[in-house]
Design a protein around this ligand. Sequence first.
Ligand SMILES: Nc1ncnc2c1ncn2[C@@H]1O[C@H](COP(=O)(O)OP(=O)(O)OP(=O)(O)O)[C@@H](O)[C@H]1O
Ligand SMILES: [Mg+2]
Length: 393
Amino acid sequence: MPQKKPKNDPQQVYPPRQRSDERQRSRQAYARPEKQQKTSGLRRIWARLRGFQFSRNIGIDLGTATVLVYMQGKGIVLQEPSVVAIDTNTDRILKVGKEAQQMLGRTPGNISAVRPLRDGVISQYDVTLKMIQYFIRKACGNLFFPPRVMICIPSGITEVEERAVLDAAHAAGAQKTYLIEEPKAAAIGAGLNIYAPVGNMVVDIGGGTTDVAVLSLGGVVVSESIKIAGDKFDEAIMRYVRRKYNVLIGERTAEAIKKHIGAVYDHPKAQTVEVKGRCLNQGLPKLVSISSKEMIEALAEPITAILDAICSVIERTPPELLGDILKNGIVMTGGGSLLYGFDQLVTRVTGIPTRVAEDAVSCVAIGTGKSLDHLDMLQEGAINLSRERKVRL
Ligand SMILES: Nc1ncnc2c1ncn2[C@@H]1O[C@H](COP(=O)(O)OP(=O)(O)OP(=O)(O)O)[C@@H](O)[C@H]1O
Ligand SMILES: [Mg+2]
């Protein structure tokens, strides 16, 4: 017969306490299943949202002649001339980019087609702001999640000019704006490893500015920025045609001549173009034929200024880095470097092997875009640049 437990058996009155993991298990068994599911689902969504970045990162090469927009993960998504057409009666923006460029020099009284950047810096703030706004919207679509923007600037611009770029980008809808120096972006875009302890030299010849810089360990060691570039080449061609043929040509015609037969070194096969202009004696249209040989003479003045800037940077470069540059050569970027024979001329003058980068016009935009990968390590505004410049002084 089984033994009956006494009534006041302590085991019955106080059943043995469960161990904590057993208690946990039984709690889980009694938990309401649907509530548990809901919590874990929300947690999962929250974890995903935290990992997801709504705003896009874009890099803008805000050039005097061309604006290029690079979108992280996509590459260059937009390339348009920096020209804006405005209705002068109402101050309304009519066209931006390619369509506005068609209007340059052909506008009636109430329309003005302008280039809001001159010599690499903002000369018309409100128009530049509208232009940046237009390009950001065109590249990103809606601005529900405003993008973080990296903009490149010439290495020699003042703090006031820097602030104008930052303010314009902010007013145009950028969530945060970061700045990068043009020669640094150009070097990255040209595929140079600027982060190694090795000297690299780049010459970026744009529309408004020429930036010459020696870079090492991710920073600019010596640099010079002059306001002589593509636009000054056009002016020099206009002056030459006027002086030699007594014919007046427009800026766009001069640019077309430069792109077609522009040369700074003897071309093995001399080329010729027919140019239409206005005869200054008779005031009537006149056709003249210009050869690539004449271009060397026409462009001599601005080209000499650029060569002087290159030599001045070389003179100030520490000897260790100069040894590296002699080995690695000079890399040229920007539209202005596409003049025939520019690399050969630099090689002859400096004695350093020089080459024009592949896709020279897009190098700065590509470099600006590539630096978007390190955006989280940077601080917005001009802080990074001023810190780098203080170290250089
Ligand atoms: N094939 C070519 N030969 C000569 N010049 C050219 C050629 N193609 C473009 N250019 C010139 O290059 C200049 C534009 O170059 P780029 O786009 O690098 O300048 P940008 O970045 O707009 O100007 P910046 O950097 O000075 O603000 C213009 O002056 C244009 O006429
Ligand atoms: Mg440029």
